[in-house]
Design a protein around this ligand. Sequence first.
Ligand SMILES: Cc1ncc(COP(=O)(O)O)c(C=O)c1O
Length: 510
Amino acid sequence: MTVTHNLNDVAEVATVPHPVDKASIVKSKVTHPPRSALDLLPLLGDAKRRSRTPIKQLYQYFFMPGMLSLSAGLPHPSSFAFRSLSATVPSMEAANVNGISSPAPELQVTIPFHPAPGSGPLQTSVALCNSLQYGTAQGILGLQTFLREHVEEIHHPPYADWDVITTVGNTDALDKAVSLIGTAGDYLLVDEWTYPAAIDTAASNGLHTTPIPMDQDGMIPEALERTLSTWPADRPRPKLLYLVPTGQNPTGATLPLLRRRAIYALAQSYNLIIIEDDPYYYLQFAPYQPAAERTNDSMDAQPGLSSLLPSFLSLDTDGRVLRLDSFSKILAPGSRCGWITTSKQFLPYLEYHNETTVQQPSGFSQAIITELLTNTWKHAGWSMYLKRLQYDYYQRRNLFIDQLAQHLNGLVDYVVPPAGMFCWIKLRLPSSLTGSRGADRDVMGDILEALVAERVIAIPGHYFAGQIDRAAMAQEPYFRTAFAHASPEDFGPALERMARALERFNLGDD
Ligand SMILES: Cc1ncc(COP(=O)(O)O)c(C=O)c1O
């Protein structure tokens, strides 16, 4: 990856236009009936071997009015140990609240055991007698309905027959997506630096990974094309492309719209399925300005939800995108809940997979999220929440970069991330440590040790190598830093410690 800006270029970085070019964002809002997805079932991989478990086929009858069930091993709800479920959440009513972390009024969400009288069919209610029961692999109906509406509002998928299915988060979804299309011996195309779980998921399913070169804007379409057009004849042609298009993990890169379009066109030409793993989608920010020049620093200056970059799903006229969304980065990682949006032809295979693994996300999690989104915040409150969260991370990003510029000036290169939680930094190692002398020594290992000794931690770049042999990349001089977990007041001290740890490596000396 080429890092083009360094700390002396901060002013330049600040003027680089945000990739969200509002004028160019014409989400594919269709005005005529969209066509159906292409028939892409010939691309199925291991999922071909999956089918519906027989008992689940009877589920449709279980909740029929008047049905007396002597069938399944569903415990009678009176045996459930939990009588109600409550959570305290931020209220989205208050005006002028800046960001999630600023004090905000709270309110209580409570889910009763039985549905309120007259509140609709039992199977659509979040009442605990229902949501803590075994359910169907698609997830609680109320949640599915909400997510469908949300996806339509945000992404406008431009083909007719798409739908959503709940997941236990994107890690779960990724494994399901890989084995839906992939099979042992296949190749997964990935970024040169990528989310390690993607590499491990591919490897554990017997897939090889092929890293595609990237730069500060993410995967380079020309490099992808080169790889595809020169693919060796003795290898199975790749069917799967894995991307983290927004605030990429680990580099923070965000694919601009033109690249998204170019990559989608290549997926069409080479008949690829795109796994769009996009947990940082809502965390897109207004451009960085150095603290002294920071103007118009308000929540309204952010992309909000109306000026987000179009997702691959919103470019997908063929039904070749498996879009993975997760509540992990926006509600809480422990919620273990997310959703896949894709063509209806793929969904049954994802359901069958759920039936033999997780069955469905936890009933507690689905119930409280459904109640929060459908009955408490509703779509307007959810949008407000996401905007506040986006603003919170914008402020974190700015503070982090301010401190990075102050404490690591001259020692590292980086690009200000336009989205997400990560800043990828390249150490300016002197040639004495990168040349032949450095090669006999585990310089990056020594640096990691020095960081830990100073009580500060960042992740060495090679952990994110887009190939299974990560050791081959062990001396690449990158670290992934995150501005998500530490308190903002600790950014300065943490980066000061980092500078101290780096002192004896003579960074920037050449
Ligand atoms: C790109 C990417 N995908 C997936 C995940 C994990 O998501 P989840 O918690 O939904 O399993 C992460 C978390 O760091 C991530 O960065």
